[in-house]
Every structure is written in structure tokens, then in C-alpha cells.
Design a protein around this ligand. Structure first.
Ligand code: MIC
Ligand code: SF4
Length: 643
């Protein structure tokens, strides 16, 4: 008799290349599709190019431009040209700037139930909304997948999130994921896939499901996944993709590692307070808080449904004079549908500022809030400084709660507006137009890859030294995000293709002297707390410290993608055997790590300054250790590909 499987197990076993699908053990899976965005893509394609292949080996790879679209100098424009030409050369589709945010466009045009997707962006699980196993990773892992190599990960635990009931008026999918963040925290999903089931699932449309799977990234989850059902069929048909529909779900008696019950009827409007997506409280508990700015959009909340809801709430009304409100639609398709449906006119008439179909303010690309202000955003991250204004207080909420604040100038439970419940009618057919998704060249050998001065070569690290010795350059606390390690924003993001230049900003908001001190000391070690490296997939948070000579990071625990990125760039990622030992190390101490125990995963760290010895560990696979020894995944992969 066949053992019943949950949906995650089905997709993983169908793609398994090596390992056993037992939670906690290393596995490798086949990658059907990849996506990149511009801020991580330039590195990914330089790395792919360095592998010396002639063509990608995936079923489909798409390169999006959505992050760096401000173009206040030549840098971003250089990157766009590089991305466009290299895509054409190697068989990759290219979604032009202005076509939309990668996750929204991929959901609309390319996501496929039952397939695997690896993306160089942490919110890649958005496509889990249509039954695809979609995982975020660093650019180098995407480059390897494009080269036909499997993706290596630890088999996650599978959590069954059982949904019952139905959302009430003015409560939406964003409130559901905020409820889960409230219960599980930003560490609650680490090493897990959140698989949704139960009768509540069929009440949610694909874009609503995608809001939930998108923000599963904030739980630290490896991925989030919904079954593919009637709602999926309706969505794919509206996209003119009927033939891509495949019904898929867990077997009736499938086992899960954990279960979480959510009654959708009991969810209320929620809001995450500064500066963490899990600092969640009911909206009404902050009633009356003055709001200066409202930003609507991002890959979490910019579907047709979300923007049409905002339009319905703003229709015939004006934005409060104390509020500056802006909106960035998720895609050109969303924008076109809103124009066709008349909702766009209502938005413009209300006084909302119109931004491009791109990430925009979500990554600090413009629309930074005023000093000491309150900004309400329909986005997924509110880490300190990410908006571009250090002193701003950024809250995360649903489109309904954002629209309510835009009208009243205060944090307002949308149910208190006294409006009639709004029913958004999604078009039966979306205005499909793929003209801004360029197909690769038929004559690739004739394509000239354009490299402006912003495209600098990749720095290379030598093999691991033995022992690893250095100064503790910095000691930080818990939940350090990649936005702390390698900030983004309009000033720094354009330098993503120029590692020597971007390295000057490592840990800028934590300690701006870090790059100078690191260079003067000839590199060193970083010490951190729990969930180190949470947040984005940006490999620059490993690559730039590597370029500054960081040799090891010793912490209480790591976030998944950042841990993989450290390994990929040859930085030794270690954890304290006894978390209490964190207290025994101080900044500026000189330490030596004896790497002779690297294979066993148990090593000694000698603190020469304090005269103490402590145990440090890793839980890495044999392959990870070989990568570290080689000095990073690129050196390692080159050996393998030419084998
Ligand atoms: C983010 O939301 O933090 C980003 C910007 O999309 C990142 C990717 C990057 O830093 O380029 C992510 O989520 O992975
Ligand atoms: Fe873009 Fe923001 Fe989504 Fe990251 S989270 S992909 S910056 S919209």
C-alpha cells in the first residue's frame, strides 16, 4: 500500500535527486524554473557565466528588473542592459523594467502547480499560492540551478496550517499571515514548509493565497504552499493558461510534523509594529495613532484584488491632508486591469501618488517617510532603516487598513469606517500582454553582452585557512537582518554589481566604522545572537563581508538563506554549543578556531584575549564542508561541472 503523502512530500519526492526525505537530513532536488531580480541577478549571471556553459539547463528561467528602477545615475541603467543582453545570450526570458514585481509577474505568467522554482529573492514562495514548491536562495544557488545542478537543502518539517471558516468583511489574507506571525514569530518557520489545507482554503483566491505564501518568508520558512484546486483553475484560466492547470493536494490521511489551526472567521484586522513583522497587535489597539504616510503595493499586496479593494474604499473620497499616500501596482497587467475596470480613476481622484510597477518604497527606492513619522505600509518588512528614514516608525498592515488610515489620518480599524462591505469582482480574463517579456535570441552567438563600468568582476576567496584566526570585529544581538548587514535603499542598491564599492556600507546602520576596521585588521570574525541573517536572500550580506576579509561568523543560530550564502562564499558559519558562551566573547578579542574538527562539526575556539576555550559547532553536510574548504561554491562547482 502507498503511504499517504502531503503535498510538499509529493513535490519533493517527485524532484528528489539525492538524500532521503526525512526531516532534518540533507537532500538535493531538481529545479524546474528559476527567477532572478536585478538587485541579486547581476551577480547570479556573472556566476553563471563563470561556469562556462553555453545555455541554461532549466525548463524556464526568467530575469526580472523591479528593484533598481530609480536610475538616478548610470549604475542601474548599466545593470539593466547587462541583464537584458546576458539573458538573450543564455536562453533566459527578460521581464523589462516597468513590467512589474518579479513575484507578481511570475505568479501571473509562469508559475506551475507541482513544479519547483528557485528564486534569488526571499519572497519567491509567492508562487506557492498556486501549488508550486517555490524557494528563495542566494544568487549563486540560482546560477547553479541554471547550470542544471540540483538545489541542496535540509529536508524541512512540514507544518499543516488548517484553515476553517471564512474571512469577514475588511479582514483579508494579510491579516491571516500577520496572525500566524503573531503566533509563531520571525523564527517560527525556520526549517519548515507551511502547507495550507482545510475547508477555509477554498474560500481564498490564488492572489490571496499568494499574499500568505509570500509573507511566509517572514516566518523564516523554507517555503509555503497551497493545494492546486478549483481556485487555481479559475486563476490560470483568467491568465489564458488553462492548459497549465493540474489538480494537486495532500493525500487524505497524510501526516504532518506539526499542525496549526486558524479559524478565518475569527481573524481580525492586525498590524505589525516597528521594527519587526512579528510584533503584531490588533489594529483597534492602536486606534487614533497619527499617520503621516501610507504606502500601498509590494509583492505582498499589489494584486488586482488588493488594489481594487483600495480603490473601492477610496472611491469618491479624498486622502487626509495630513497623509502622503502612494501606490505601486504589482504589475503592468494589474495596472491595465484597473484602468479597464475604472478603479484607477478612483485612485487618482482620491489624491494617491502614483508610483511605478516595481518594488519602490518597499526597499527604500524612493518615498522615504519624514523624520520621526509614522508610515503604514502594505509590505512585508519593517526592519529599522529599511524605508530610508532611520527615525521613521513603519507599521505593516492590510490594504484595507492602509486605505482606512489614508482617509482618516490615523490608525483606524477599517470596520469602524461604517462602509458597506466591499466585494471585489476579479475579471474573468485578465488583460494578458507579454510584450515586455523578451524572448532570448535565436542567434545567441551574435549577442554582445554589455558591461558598463558598474559591472565589476566577482571577488574570489582562497581555500579555507587552518586555523582561522582573527579579531572579533563586531558583536551583535539577536534577529540581526540582512538589512543590517548589507543595507539596501536608493543609495546603496545601485552598487550591487560592484562589490568593492558596496563593501563600504557593510553594517552601516550598526557600526559605520566596520569596513575600515575590517580592512585595517586584515579581516576577522563576527559574533551574533539568534536568527542571525534573517530576511532577504541577498548574498551581498555574505559576499561583501567576505571581500572585507570576514572569515567566520559565530552565533547562537542562523536564518536558512543567509547560512547557505555564508557557505557559498567560504565564510565559516559556526554556532555556540552552549549559548551562554556568547557572553564570554567581547568585541576586539583575538580568537583562533581550530578547523581540524571541521568534518566532525565540533571545534574549539580559543579566545586568546580572555584566555578561555569554548566549543563551537556546525550542522553542515559533507558537501557544505567541502565547499568551505574549497573557498566557496563557485570554486567547488567549477571543479564539478568540468569533471
Ligand atoms: C527584500 O525584500 O529584502 C529584497 C530586496 O527583495 C531581497 C533581495 C535583495 O536584497 O536583493 C529579498 O527579499 O531577498
Ligand atoms: Fe521587492 Fe519588497 Fe517584494 Fe523584496 S519584498 S521583492 S523589495 S516588493
Amino acid at each position: 500500500m502507498m503511504i499517504p503523502q502531503n503535498l510538499t512530500q509529493k513535490i519533493i519526492t517527485g524532484h528528489l535527486i539525492s538524500g532521503e526525505s526525512i526531516a532534518g537530513s540533507p537532500i538535493a532536488i531538481r529545479v524546474d524554473q528559476t527567477l532572478t531580480q536585478d538587485a541579486t541577478g547581476t551577480m547570479a549571471y556573472l556566476q553563471f557565466e563563470a561556469m562556462g556553459l553555453d545555455r541554461i539547463r532549466t525548463e524556464l528561467s526568467v530575469s526580472y528588473v523591479d528593484h533598481n528602477t530609480l536610475q538616478s545615475g548610470f549604475e542601474n541603467a548599466d545593470d539593466h542592459l547587462f541583464l537584458q543582453t546576458i539573458a538573450s545570450r543564455y536562453g533566459i526570458r527578460f521581464s523589462r523594467p516597468g513590467n512589474g514585481v518579479c513575484h507578481q509577474v511570475h505568479l501571473e505568467r509562469f508559475g506551475l502547480p507541482g513544479k519547483t522554482l528557485l528564486g534569488s529573492d526571499s519572497h519567491t514562495p509567492t508562487c506557492g499560492g498556486l501549488g508550486m514548491l517555490a524557494i528563495g536562495a542566494g544568487g549563486l544557488d540560482i546560477a547553479l540551478a541554471m547550470a542544471g545542478r540540483p538545489f541542496h537543502l535540509v529536508m524541512p518539517k512540514i507544518v499543516n496550517v488548517r484553515l476553517t471558516g471564512r474571512l469577514r468583511p475588511f479582514v483579508s489574507a494579510k491579516d491571516v499571515i500577520l496572525e500566524i506571525l503573531l503566533r509563531l514569530t520571525v523564527k517560527g518557520g525556520v526549517g519548515k514548509v507551511m502547507e495550507y489545507s482545510g475547508p477555509g482554503v477554498e474560500t481564498l483566491t490564488v492572489p490571496e493565497r499568494a499574499t500568505i505564501t509570500n509573507m511566509g518568508a517572514e516566518l523564516g520558512a523554507t517555503s509555503s504552499l497551497f493545494p492546486s484546486d478549483e481556485m487555481t483553475r479559475i486563476f490560470l484560466r483568467a491568465q489564458g493558461r488553462d492548459e497549465h492547470y493540474l489538480p494537486l493536494g495532500a493525500d487524505p490521511d497524510a501526516d504532518y510534523d506539526e499542525v496549526l489551526e486558524i479559524d478565518l472567521s475569527a481573524v481580525e484586522p492586525l498590524i505589525a509594529r516597528p521594527h519587526s513583522p512579528d510584533d503584531v497587535v490588533p489594529v483597534h489597539s492602536l486606534k487614533g495613532t497619527k499617520v503621516h504616510q501610507v504606502a500601498m503595493g509590494s509583492c505582498t499586496n499589489s494584486s488586482f484584488r488588493d488594489v481594487a479593494m483600495i480603490a473601492a474604499m477610496l472611491k469618491g473620497r479624498k486622502i487626509h491632508p495630513g497623509v502622503s499616500a502612494a501606490l505601486s501596482p504589482g504589475s503592468r497587467q494589474v495596472l491595465t486591469a484597473l484602468i479597464d475596470g475604472g478603479q484607477w480613476k478612483d485612485i487618482v481622484a482620491s489624491g494617491v501618488r502614483i508610483l511605478e510597477n516595481a518594488c519602490g518604497p518597499c526597499i527604500g527606492m524612493g518615498f522615504s517617510p519624514p523624520t520621526d513619522s509614522v508610515s503604514l505600509r502594505t509590505f512585508n518588512r519593517n526592519f529599522s532603516g529599511r524605508s530610508g528614514t532611520k527615525s521613521a516608525r513603519v507599521y505593516l498592515c492590510s490594504p484595507e487598513t492602509a486605505a482606512a488610515a489614508a482617509l482618516t489620518g490615523e490608525i483606524t480599524d477599517p470596520r469602524d469606517l461604517g462602509m458597506e462591505p466591499v466585494q471585489v469582482r476579479t475579471p474573468e480574463t485578465f488583460p494578458v500582454d507579454d510584450a515586455m517579456i523578451l524572448l532570448p535570441s535565436d542567434a545567441p552567438e551574435r549577442v554582445v553582452i554589455q558591461r558598463g563600468p558598474n559591472i565589476q568582476p566577482l571577488p574570489i576567496k582562497g581555500p579555507l585557512s587552518d586555523p582561522v584566526r582573527g579579531t572579533v570585529l563586531l558583536k551583535v544581538g539577536d534577529n540581526i537582518t540582512t538589512d543590517h548587514i548589507m543595507p539596501a535603499g536608493a543609495k546603496i542598491l545601485p552598487l550591487r554589481s560592484n562589490i568593492p564599492a558596496i563593501s563600504e556600507y557593510v553594517f552601516e546602520a550598526v557600526d559605520p566604522t566596520f569596513p575600515k576596521r575590517a580592512r585595517e585588521a586584515g579581516g576577522g570574525i563576527v559574533v551574533g545572537g539568534a536568527n542571525y541573517g534573517q530576511g532577504s536572500s541577498r548574498e551581498h550580506a555574505a559576499l561583501a563581508p567576505m571581500a572585507l576579509g570576514v572569515k567566520a561568523v559565530v552565533v547562537k543560530s542562523f536564518a536558512r538563506i543567509h547560512l547557505a550564502n555564508l557557505i557559498n562564499f567560504g565564510i565559516l558559519p559556526l554556532v555556540f554549543e552552549d549559548e551562554g558562551d556568547y557572553e564570554t566573547i567581547a568585541q576586539d578579542d583575538t580568537v583562533t578556531i581550530d578547523t581540524s574538527g571541521l568534518d566532525s562539526g565540533r571545534m574549539m575556539l580559543r579566545n586568546e584575549t580572555q584566555g578561555t576555550d569554548i566549543r563551537v559547532l556546525h550542522n553542515l553536510s559533507g558537501r557544505d564542508v567541502r565547499i568551505l574548504r574549497a573557498g566557496g561554491a563557485l570554486a567547488f562547482a567549477k571543479q564539478q561541472i568540468t569533471d
